[in-house]
Design a protein around this ligand. Structure first.
Ligand code: UDP
Ligand code: MG
Length: 347
């Protein structure tokens, strides 16, 4: 049964997309590229649609750029965006989405943790009329227990803090339709939590369950401190719950203060005023630290406003390979435009 948050959509079945874009952000993945290249090339061979691969080199310090440039030189379907420095996974993925020209776009990792064969199931859902098809992990193979537990907690916490509609155990591995992507591309916030943004955009969404593989090679680029910082970005860029928590804590502290005041007055009236130094010190220090934490949280939001107000671009592109222009229209747009022009010339 759908949850009360789920909007009822009437699906409009459609045919296969004309072009499918695979967007792959990558940072220091030189070891994974030959394996990725073999897997993607064989995947594209039996694809019923025209494929396009967008590789985003997110400021790698190893030979990633050299390898992706070689791949692009051998295969014109492969396009490379080389960012001017490391901007982080979410922004690198955004750059790839900006340059994608497909009618359906799939975001994958370079480490092949998300099996490419699942994309066939995603395309099937796309044909049924879904605009977002996210991969939902049934199992995570080969990941340390800590990573599994922290990921489990992350998704449940994000659902509570960010959005009740946020699917659990679903990362950025997902298919997005052109319509949905056009909505997503209008959201240019600096602090990005793409999964939350895709949920915000709406449209008919569904899940495809799959087993997540271990990394083919190399190590995760999301160690614990980055996971925590990502969770904090997600919480503060999507929700004002931390600010609301401060208000509730402030009220609780206020009630404790009133209780203390009543006790102090009662002690004064009874002539017992000297004892109480310890409790006074405890309350003062707890309140002091609560005030500082609260200012810190408010400061985080003010900092975000400050960064947004600068209006900087999300990323800078140092170089591209096999790309004519970022605004290249999708085949469907081109077809629609051509049909419009024909109608005008007839009319
Ligand atoms: N990545 C990136 N920029 C970064 C960190 C990661 O483009 O600053 C890429 C990385 O190369 C990979 C994807 O983002 O293709 C997901 O990272 P990873 O697989 O390390 O994360 P995990 O799957 O362990 O959460
Ligand atoms: Mg990975």
């Amino acid at each position: 049964m759908p949850s009360p948050e789920e909007v009822l959509h009437i699906l409009r079945p459609r045919c296969h997309p004309i072009r499918l874009s695979l967007v792959v952000p990558m940072c220091n993945e030189e070891a994974a590229i030959p394996i990725l290249r073999a897997a993607v090339t064989s995947f594209m061979r039996d694809l019923p649609v025209e494929p396009e691969v967008i590789l985003v080199n997110d400021g790698s310090a190893d030979a990633t750029l050299v390898k992706v440039a070689e791949w692009a030189a051998d295969d014109p379907r492969v396009k490379v965006i080389h960012l001017s420095r490391n901007f982080g996974h979410q922004i690198a993925a955004t750059a790839g989405l900006d340059y994608a020209t497909g009618d359906a776009i799939v975001l994958i990792d370079a480490d092949l943790q998300d099996p490419l064969c699942v994309i066939h199931e995603m395309l099937e859902c796309y044909r049924q009329g879904y605009d977002v098809v996210y991969g939902q992990r049934e199992a995570r193979e080969g990941e340390p227990a800590f990573k599994r537990i922290s990921a489990w907690a992350f998704y449940r916490l994000m659902r509570t803090i960010v959005d009740r509609r946020l699917p659990v155990d679903a990362g950025d591995f997902r298919l997005i339709s052109r319509e949905c992507l056009d909505g997503l591309r209008q959201m240019r916030e600096q602090h990005r939590f793409l999964r939350g943004m895709v949920t915000w955009v709406g449209y008919p969404q569904c899940a495809v369950k799959y087993r997540r593989n271990p990394r083919v090679t190399g190590s995760t680029k999301y160690p614990v401190h980055k996971m925590l910082s990502f969770a904090w970005t997600a919480a503060t860029s999507f929700s004002i719950l931390p600010l609301q928590i401060i208000i509730v804590l402030g009220m609780i502290a206020g009630l404790c203060g009133i209780e203390e005041a009543i006790r102090a007055v009662a002690a004064l009236l009874a002539g017992r005023t000297v004892p109480g130094w310890t409790s006074l010190m405890v309350v003062t220090s707890i309140l002091g630290s609560a005030v500082l934490i609260s200012i810190g949280i408010v400061g985080q939001y003010v900092g975000k406003i400050y960064e947004e107000s600068k209006g900087r671009p999300l990323y800078l592109v140092a170089r591209t390979f096999n790309i004519a222009s970022p605004a290249e229209p999708s085949p469907r747009d081109r077809a629609a435009r051509a049909a419009g022009e024909t109608r005008e010339s007839q009319g």
